[in-house]
Design a protein around this ligand. Structure first.
Ligand code: CO
Length: 181
């Protein structure tokens, strides 16, 4: 049912939408999570939000190390208790070829559900909460393009035009009907 899902690229308008909560924790959610983990791995990413496969629901997958045992899914996540700051380069699978410095909290707590609906809470520092914050941005339609300063925008002007041209040229991947999340 999800085999046809692909990662969508900016400026696809589905990336700018606010995502709705996941309500049904069933087989189809687990299949979606598996498909998203596969697409993330194929593109060598460390995180992928459902909005990036055109499904505007509040969930994302992550794997900070590339080891299969570190695959994780966060459904209906909430971030809290941000502490400190870190600035580092970030890329996004929906904005290929673009890397910009982004200021994030150094330490955070995430509360969410796993793919079976069990509540989870984790606190981490450094790279992992950077991924949480990047993916959480996707749930509210915030992209790296919204975090670019004037200099980044100038530096990536050509790349952004190229992505726009690609978007208008290509047929956009469609979402299968009758998904129940
Ligand atoms: Co991204």
């Amino acid at each position: 049912m999800y085999e046809k899902l692909k990662i969508i690229h900016w400026p696809d308008p589905r990336l700018k939408k606010h995502s709705a909560p996941v309500e049904h924790f069933d087989d189809s959610l687990q299949k979606l999570v598996e498909r998203m983990l596969l697409l993330m791995r194929e593109d060598r990413g460390v995180g992928l939000a459902a909005a990036q496969v055109g499904i505007n629901r509040r969930l994302f997958v992550m794997n900070p190390t590339g080891k299969p045992e570190d695959d994780a899914a966060y459904i209906n996540p909430v971030l809290s208790d941000p502490q400190g700051e870190q600035e580092d380069e970030e890329g996004c699978l929906s904005l290929p070829g673009i890397n910009i410095p982004v200021l994030r909290a150094m330490k955070l707590t995430i509360s969410a559900q796993d793919a079976e609906g069990k509540p989870l809470q984790q606190t981490a520092e450094g790279f992992v909460p950077r991924i949480w914050q990047h993916e959480f941005d996707h749930l509210v339609g915030t992209l790296l393009t919204d975090r670019m300063g004037t200099i980044d925008k100038l530096a990536y002007r050509k790349k952004l035009r190229e992505l726009e041209a690609n978007y208008h040229r290509a047929a956009q991947p469609q979402i299968p009907q009758a998904i129940r999340l």
